[in-house]
Design a protein around this ligand. Structure first.
Ligand code: TRP
Length: 338
């Protein structure tokens, strides 16, 4: 195979909404760096998004462009990275079909991420088959590009485990090394909380700051951030743990000494929320201002965005097609070959 010995990275995002600061800290920032060190594929997972958005397909398709805009805005360079639309690479669906035979329904039902999501979405026993099997489709995404590294949040680790089980099973059955095992690359930053103090920032929980947020939206979000409800007077000692403003400063303020100083002062008493919030607001404004500006530029040039997606998807089809050919050859599905 042609991709040997070069790290190949595959990432994916369901296209259910624009991306936010949680995505930036958890993965986007790293991807901008990684595109210089590895061959990188970024998958706009519209097909996967459809597995739990039946009837909301319009939202899913509209957000393909939104997420692409976010990628380009943060500095993903289409000359270095390949951005592709999952639904437009039929090779992925075909590969999934073969992998589906290598996993049992019981094993799919044991996947911890799937279990959590079933609970969260209230599917109970009415689980769409496409949803239950999306880890197999995700394994196809990863293996089609012979990805060696998959940057993910810890909620995605069961997907990587299941992918590698499928890889071993397939290679074992055909008795040769066709598919490649991959490694999860965990983000060094812990999960960013929502502005309301909930454990996870999420668009659907309404506690997110999106990458395209206006200056006013950012200020408003910072002013609404959950701090220490017992910190009533400036002179009172305040608590840093569970305080969203400090969690954000940890994530976004590169000057760690300054953050430590602020924390010490806050704990001692004498530092008001409004002062810490002002520091954070300035930091977020200067981070997001150039991102928002670049996003606007691409928003105004939709034809260019579509051209980037079209050529990325075409490149992706070639790579996925080569893997699929090997898979079909290994299975003897070569009736019309000379
Ligand atoms: N499951 C990921 C999410 O929920 C999206 C995704 C689809 C993905 N295919 C992938 C992630 C392949 C990593 C690798 O956002």
């Amino acid at each position: 195979m042609t991709l040997a010995n070069r790290p190949t990275i595959l990432t994916g995002d369901r296209t259910t909404g624009p991306l936010h600061l949680g995505h930036y800290i958890g993965s986007l920032r790293a991807r901008v760096q990684l595109q210089h060190e590895a061959r990188q594929f970024l998958l706009l997972a519209d097909t996967q998004a459809l597995t739990d958005n039946v009837g909301r397909h319009q939202k899913v398709t509209e957000n393909v462009i939104e997420v692409a805009l976010d990628y380009l805005a943060v500095g993903i360079d289409p000359a270095k990275s390949t951005i592709l639309i999952q639904s437009q690479v039929p090779e992925l669906a075909e590969l999934s079909q073969y992998l589906l035979n290598l996993v049992t329904v019981a094993r799919l039902e044991r996947n911890p991420t799937i279990k959590d999501e079933i609970r969260l979405r209230g599917f109970e026993r009415d689980i769409p088959a496409g949803f239950l099997t999306y880890p197999v489709s995700q394994a196809a995404d990863i293996t089609a590009f012979q990805a060696t590294h998959v940057p993910v949040g810890d909620d995605q680790l069961p997907m990587i485990e299941q992918t590698n089980e499928l890889v071993r099973r397939f290679n074992n059955i055909v008795d040769r090394q066709v598919l490649v095992e991959c490694e999860a690359v965990l983000s060094p930053v812990t999960r960013l909380p929502g502005i309301d103090g909930k454990a996870k920032m999420s668009k659907s929980l309404g506690n997110a700051i999106t990458l395209g947020a206006t200056a006013d939206e950012i200020t408003r979000a910072v002013n609404n951030m959950y701090t220490d409800p017992k910190h009533l007077r400036v002179s009172d000692p305040g608590q840093v743990e569970g305080n969203v403003v400090f969690a954000f400063l940890d994530a976004f303020e590169p000057d760690a000494a300054q953050v430590d100083e602020l924390k010490a002062q806050y704990r001692r008493g004498g530092l008001g929320d409004s002062v810490v919030k002002r520091v954070l607001n300035e930091r977020l404004q200067s981070l997001l201002e150039p991102i928002r500006a670049r996003r606007r530029e691409y928003e105004d040039d939709r034809a260019e965005v579509l051209a980037i997606l079209r050529s990325g998807t075409a490149r992706a089809r070639e790579v996925a097609g080569a893997t699929l050919s090997e898979v079909k050859r290994a299975l003897g599905l070569t009736y019309f070959e000379a």
